[in-house]
Write a protein that binds this ligand. Structure first.
Ligand code: PRP
Length: 173
């Protein structure tokens, strides 16, 4: 892959902020078992660090979603490629995303999950890019608000590459 990577968020900054997010999620739900639902694929690395930062009882579930189809701009189409393995009726659900951009994905998923009767449904995203927002979505826990740049690394890809970078970088073509 041609292009250069400009580091944006360091491993140290990611670690420190995700630790804070985990503590703050637990502080909001001190006595509940949390069902953490990770949106694949991009959230896998954030998920791994986030759940280790949440003390107490946590379940982990995965939702397979595709919306960008390998490009660098959103098509707006949300496709469920893998549904949850178990029900969330009465559960305290934290939906985990790597990035909220247009908001279309999280908006769709929140509507889809809300009808399944969770006791609570909140959204945690590592990155928030508010400049491109097309729908007004509530994001309860934000790691970092980022500028309107195409970012890769720490789970985020370009054409399936760069997910393995341990930090977040801006991809400059
Ligand atoms: C990315 C990201 C979010 C979505 C955010 O997923 O993981 O799910 O796009 O964009 P939006 O707010 O504009 O809807 P992508 O489709 O790239 O799939 P991936 O996580 O498998 O890389």
């Amino acid at each position: 892959m041609k292009g250069t990577l400009k580091p944006l968020i360091s491993e140290e900054a990611l670690r420190a902020r995700i630790a804070e997010m985990g503590a703050s999620i637990r502080a909001d739900y001190p006595d509940d078992t949390l069902t953490v639902v990770a949106v694949l694929k991009g959230s896998f690395m954030f998920l791994a660090d986030l759940v280790r930062a949440i003390p107490g009882e946590v379940r982990v579930e995965f939702l397979g979603v595709a919306s960008y189809h390998g490009g660098t701009t959103s098509t707006g189409a949300v496709q469920i490629t893998q549904d949850l393995r178990s029900g969330i009726d009465g559960h305290v659900v934290i939906l985990v995303e790597d990035i909220v951009d247009t908001g279309l994905t999280i908006d769709y998923l929140c509507r889809m999950l809300q009808v399944r009767g969770p006791k609570s449904l909140r959204v945690a995203t590592l990155l928030d890019k508010p400049t491109n927002r097309e729908v007004d979505v509530r994001v309860d826990y934000v790691g970092f608000t980022i500028p309107d740049e195409f970012v890769v690394g720490f789970g985020l890809d370009l054409g399936e590459l760069f997910r393995n970078l341990p930090y977040v970088a801006v991809y400059v073509p």
